[in-house]
Write a protein that binds this ligand. Structure first.
Ligand code: ARG
Ligand code: ZN
Length: 416
């Protein structure tokens, strides 16, 4: 989910340019709730004045805006919000503490696993990219009749881009569901859910039914460079890691797809969190995905892309408040899926309408090439922890989400 100040560099801690590891010590997450147009405009002004990074925003009145606030501005900002009588609360009082507590007990690939390149995995912590890839290799090694690991290209830094094909027939030509995670680097819950889905489909015999009429293409980490960077250097990095020729690296992969590229809710500032890239599909990651999916556009019937946070099922179009002609079909299916969630409540609706217009998204592109059921899912939570969702949430979020897939399977089975 969500972007930074739309035309300027998000204020990142100074160390970002001078040191390898970024600290968010003293940074806070504030949740402000403007109640009318006037208050919304005032908040927008404040955001620009302080170049505040927005973590979450929705269009309706009385829905909170989550802001990352540097220690330098907290005193001043308090006064200005009090002046304007805009209610707000501090949801995370020290971001670095939240980051430190998010992912304890990481048991990454090591002694307890059979070997470095092929091993099991758990959903008790967030894992490094090598660890995730080790698990994918393990599955391909262990279940060769079910699982195929396809490298669809390389990331900017040279990591393989893996798609897991799960099919109970050797030909793998049944109608298919595509799921990707980790487009945005810091949205850690997304690769966790994607790998959980893979685990359930492959290793849980009671889910066999989900493979009977459907093939699966699952890409758990679309932006592996960014993902690894959030583990080693800057927990809150969002974009790819490509060089732009300027001081700031990376493009927003979810503004880089080739449909309505460069439109609303994107930026040509290379330092912006929503930088759209030099051109459509300038990033090797989005290019590889679009090539692969284009080649299977007739087979793939459902496109799901997992993000966080906000608990939404978002329906195209996202580039503007526009509705596809079959919007009602799309909405019916999304509602059915959302009705499966027990623990977390998801809001279903048009992306640009619920959140904000943002062009160049993968969901819009998938829809534009004829994949009828294309959705963005914003996973938990709604803002208590935001991107820094403690690892203890991984299992509940995964288990809550998985049953919804049945709805998509049933739909695909009737499409033939
Ligand atoms: N939070 C996501 C983003 O900002 C929402 C994307 C929705 N889709 C779209 N095409 N705008 O990237
Ligand atoms: Zn996202």
């Amino acid at each position: 989910c969500v972007f930074g100040a739309s035309h300027t560099a998000p204020q990142e801690p100074l160390q970002a340019w001078t040191e390898d590891v970024v600290s968010y010590s003293g940074f806070q997450l504030w949740s402000a709730t403007p109640r009318n147009q006037e208050e919304r405009e005032f908040l927008l002004k404040i955001r620009q004045d302080y170049e505040l990074e927005v973590w979450k925003e929705a269009r309706s009145d009385n829905s909170p805006v989550d802001l990352l606030v540097s220690p330098d501005f907290q005193t001043e900002l308090k006064l200005r919000l009090a002046d304007a009588e805009i209610p707000y609360e501090v949801t995370i009082s020290d971001m670095q503490t939240a980051i430190n507590n998010e992912n304890p007990n990481v048991t990454d690939s090591g002694d307890e696993f059979e070997n470095r390149f092929s091993h099991k995995m758990d959903w008790n912590s967030y894992h490094r990219i090598d660890d995730i890839y080790g698990y994918l290799n393990y599955l391909a090694d262990t279940y060769p009749r079910l699982v195929q690991l396809v490298s669809i290209g390389s990331s900017f830094e040279g990591r393989p881009l893996y798609v897991v094909r799960i099919s109970s027939s050797s030909s793998g030509t049944k109608p298919a569901i595509w799921i990707d995670g980790g487009i945005h680097a810091r949205e850690w819950i997304s690769p966790a859910v994607a790998t959980y889905i893979i685990q359930q489909l492959v290793e849980e015999p009671s889910n066999e039914r989900l493979l009977q009429n459907v093939d699966w293409y699952i890409m758990p980490v679309m932006n592996p460079d960014g993902y690894e960077y959030t583990h080693t250097s800057n927990r809150l990095w969002r974009k790819t890691r490509s060089s732009t020729g300027a001081r700031c690296r990376g493009a927003d992969p979810n503004r880089n797809f080739g449909y309505q590229w460069g439109g609303k809710g994107t930026s040509r500032d290379k330092c912006s969190e929503i930088y759209h890239g030099a051109n459509a599909f300038s990033e090797p990651e989005t290019r590889a995905v679009s090539n692969f999916i284009s080649g299977k556009a007739n087979q793939i019937k459902v496109y799901l892309t997992l993000h966080s946070y906000g608990q939404y099922v978002l329906i195209p179009w996202g580039y503007d408040v526009q509705y596809p002609i079959d919007y009602n079909d799309m909405k019916d299916l999304a509602n059915k899926a959302a009705s499966k969630f027990r623990l977390y409540k998801y809001t279903v609706g048009n992306s640009a309408d619920l959140l904000y217009p943002a062009a160049g998204g993968s969901d819009d592109w998938a829809k534009s090439i004829g994949i009828k059921y294309s959705y963005t899912v914003e996973l938990a939570d709604t803002g208590n922890h935001g991107f820094v969702l403690p690892a203890s949430f991984i299992r509940p979020v995964c288990e809550d989400f998985f049953p919804a897939l049945e709805v998509f399977v049933d739909k695909v089975a009737t499409l033939k």
